[in-house]
Design a protein around this ligand. Sequence first.
Ligand SMILES: [Zn+2]
Length: 199
Amino acid sequence: MSPTTAAAADRASQGAAEGAAPWPHQIHCCAEACGYDIPPVTPIVEEHRLHQRICPCCQTVDRAALPADVESGGYSPRLTALVGTLGSTFHLSHLKIQRLLHEAFGVRISTGGISCIRRRLNSLLEQPVKEAHLWLQGQPILQADETIYPVGNADGNNPDGRAGWVWVLRNPLVTVFELGLSRSKAAAQQLIGDTSSAF
Ligand SMILES: [Zn+2]
């Protein structure tokens, strides 16, 4: 037995004895067939009835309150997050979100309901996005860029029909996007923050 072959045999027997992973020549081939499936999804519907009474003396209306962990809009945090992700990360229109929710999850929701969810998400995420942006502005190395982006006037904030821009500021941990109507130096400085100490 040559020294090389002896060493290999040694290592193989050590591996077998210690329960280590087998050497490549010890691996047996096998055929596997994976079949993926998705279970049928039906929405979970919780009904909350809020009883109310009117005082016969002073006509004051007294109504029960929803439990603290129940969203008053009727859409759970999970459904709310899904609508937000479909509309932002996956760029789906309200109509496509409506159709997907119905066909894949059996959830019926109006496009107005989707608008409500997105408006609510907007206000819920405002503070976390500000905090992420501020944190990024304090980082030593950043990447920033901008590109043209269709911005309509649905919110009344673009009455002159100016071109819209999406700005991005990122580092390996956090990415912040901002929509605006300018690609000026001032807009870049506003995005990046105080760069006086960076140069
Ligand atoms: Zn009363």
